[in-house]
Design a protein around this ligand. Structure first.
Ligand code: SAM
Length: 294
């Protein structure tokens, strides 16, 4: 017989109790920092604008702290947890919520299309809400953004510095290839920051909740997406160097390549002495399209 505990998982005392009861050895290597602040959970749910007509995909259930809030607000929840030792915990902590499916698997290895089709009985808008393990934040975000799932919004707690990089605007120090690649697909903003003290165990860095809303159409019109992503990576390879230096380094120093690059820069009206961090996504798109076309 499973006990029913009606208290929130999100409190310091209950989290400590669960850790003790199941003799959990929290793994730093899996980014196991559990939220214990109910106010923050409420704020996350608010940023995600969840309701009964929304399904949610969560990554990293942990002991079910955030999952419980999602289950109370949204229609159905599919949550992935890589760590086997959490499975027994979740069976107890989430036993009041029949709308939750827990899958004991690495999100990066999961067949997301198949798992969501199995878990969700209704075709409803899908959002991702998660307190992500920090060691794999970027691979997980890219995996989701590039997956064939129709995700309307992603609301994730991540390392503050990474949230700032993803949402950065041109001209700022944080602006780089990650900002452009994500903002090509999504509208990004930092909703709020979260101090280390909201977790147990406390992480070394502060966190932030990032909202990414899927654009109806990508931010810019591209002739060749792959060529654009290659250009972005090349342009930011060495931040202190000029755009020109980075481009010849990546594409080649021979005369023919230099002529082609110069022609593309000229037709897209971009000064080759500028640095990549000063260029807008529209300027990168113009340059990429000129390089492909020329
Ligand atoms: N959701 C809980 C909370 O808010 O307190 C736990 C969040 S904790 C920061 C991240 C969780 O992700 C951990 O429980 C960890 O075991 C799990 N995790 C780490 N890597 C994962 C992966 N590749 N796939 C699925 N879960 C993963």
């Amino acid at each position: 017989m499973i006990e029913r505990d009606l208290r929130d998982i999100a409190s310091l005392s209950r989290t400590r109790e669960i850790i003790k009861k199941y003799n959990l050895h929290l793994k730093k290597s899996l980014g196991q920092n559990f939220l214990t602040d109910a106010n923050i959970l409420q704020k996350i749910v608010k940023v995600a604008k969840l309701d009964q007509a929304t399904n949610v995909l969560e990554i990293g259930s942990g002991i079910g702290t955030l999952t419980e809030y999602l289950a109370r607000t949204a229609h159905q929840i599919l949550t992935f947890e890589i760590d086997q030792q959490m499975f027994a915990v979740l069976t107890e902590t989430l036993n009041l919520y029949p709308n939750v499916t827990v899958v004991n698997q690495d999100i990066l290895k999961a067949d997301l299309k198949q798992e969501t089709t199995k878990a969700f009985t209704n075709h409803l808008p899908l959002k991702v809400v998660a307190n992500l393990p920090y060691y794999v934040t970027t691979p997980i975000l890219m995996h989701l953004i590039k997956s064939e799932l129709k995700i309307e919004q992603i609301v994730v707690m991540i390392q503050k510095e990474v949230a700032e990089r993803i949402s950065a605007r041109p001209g700022s120090k944080a602006y780089g290839s990650l900002s452009i690649i994500v903002q090509y697909f999504m509208e990004a903003y930092v909703a709020f920051t979260v101090p280390k003290t909201a977790f147990i165990p406390q992480p070394k860095v502060d966190s932030a909740v990032l909202s990414l809303v899927k654009r109806q159409v990508p931010a810019v019109l591209l002739t060749d997406e792959k060529a654009f992503f290659r250009l972005i990576k090349a342009a930011f390879a060495m931040r202190r160097k000029t755009l020109w230096n980075n481009l010849v380094h990546a594409y080649g120093k021979d005369q023919k390549t230099q002529d082609k690059l110069l022609k593309a820069l000229e037709s897209s009206k971009i000064d080759s002495k500028r640095r990549a961090e000063a260029l807008t996504i529209q300027e990168f798109a113009a340059l990429s399209n000129a390089m492909v076309g020329g």
